[in-house]
Design a protein around this ligand. Structure first.
Ligand code: TA6
Length: 288
């Protein structure tokens, strides 16, 4: 049994997918997955978090879920008037195809292409596609096709907001042997530990990190496994009780409810896509 339904929230379309494995919600605005609840999740708590104060007006990315940062991560390196985390998370993507796979999972394909308007911001012709597979795991594959006649340099990330019992009590494991760039203190140093114990605020980029990460959440009696492919960077972010006050779309008291563990290629981990070439970034999220 699987179903796909279409609703509206504020100015945004919301697609709800339900099948034998899970229920998920996606908005074509930014091709952003907003919710993923595997049916095997005993207390049916969402793997993803969306702020209770999120804005659904189509002018600002929804705060939460899995925003897609592309073709740059963080602030634009030259023009500070350009949106942080690129420009595809605040544009509507086209829903190309929805189909049920042989194993009963649901596959959705969204795409967005360069336009005269995007060429003014970023002078390359491109096609970007994300294939989402909703099953007992949630898989996302972001495919960049360089349609221009010159090489493009980009940074990118799935900026995943995870629903946790308390961001100061969960542990992230799997980051050992990376290079931690602490953007709050400005200190860069090797990170050798098996486990990252959190005491928000934290805003750290772990470079040269190509392997899995796990969020160990005793409070929710679960671990979330974040598998990835063709990603050299992981970002861990939570604003904590003070920095959160600067975010109008996050209630001050909500900072312990989420943790961002983002999978991509950011800062020094730049991706070069030759003219006509393709680059793929993949993640697979599952409860273990
Ligand atoms: O991923 C970490 C980060 O770059 C933080 O510095 C913080 O700015 C966060 O992303 C949220 O960014 P946004 O532009 O979505 O408000």
């Amino acid at each position: 049994m699987s179903s796909v339904s279409f609703d509206v929230q504020g100015a945004l379309s919301i697609i709800t997918v339900e099948n034998a494995f899970a229920m998920a919600k996606i908005t074509p605005y930014g091709a952003c997955v907003l919710s993923f609840i595997p049916k095997k999740e005993k207390n049916r708590s969402d793997l993803l978090w969306v702020s209770p104060s999120a804005i659904y007006n189509g002018k600002k990315p929804v705060r939460g879920g899995i925003p897609i940062c592309w073709p740059w991560f963080g602030k634009h390196s030259v023009d500070s008037t350009l949106p942080a985390h690129g420009f595809v998370r605040n544009r509507v993507w086209q829903l190309g195809r929805v189909n049920t796979l042989e194993n009963g999972a649901t596959e959705l394909i969204f795409s967005i292409e360069s336009s005269e308007e995007t060429m003014k911001i970023w002078p390359y012709r491109f096609r970007l596609e994300v294939i989402m597979t909703i099953g007992d795991t949630l898989s996302l594959c972001l495919t960049t096709t360089n349609l221009s006649d010159q090489e493009m340099q980009l940074t990118e990330a799935f900026h995943s907001y995870f629903n946790v019992s308390h961001s100061g009590e969960v542990v992230v494991s799997g980051l050992e042997n990376s290079l931690q760039v602490d953007t709050l203190s400005g200190v860069t140093k090797p990170f050798q530990a098996q486990k990252l114990f959190l005491s928000p605020p934290i805003d750290s980029v772990f470079l040269n990190h190509s392997s899995d990460a796990i969020i160990e959440d005793v409070g929710f009696s679960r671990c979330i496994l974040i598998r990835k492919q063709d990603s050299m960077s992981t970002v861990v972010w939570n604003p904590g009780s003070e920095i959160v006050k600067g975010f109008s779309d996050i209630p001050n008291e909500a900072w312990p409810r989420f943790l961002c563990v983002e999978s991509g290629n950011v800062f020094d981990d730049v991706i070069n896509v030759k003219a006509g070439d393709v680059h793929r970034l993949k993640i697979r999220l599952q409860m273990v």
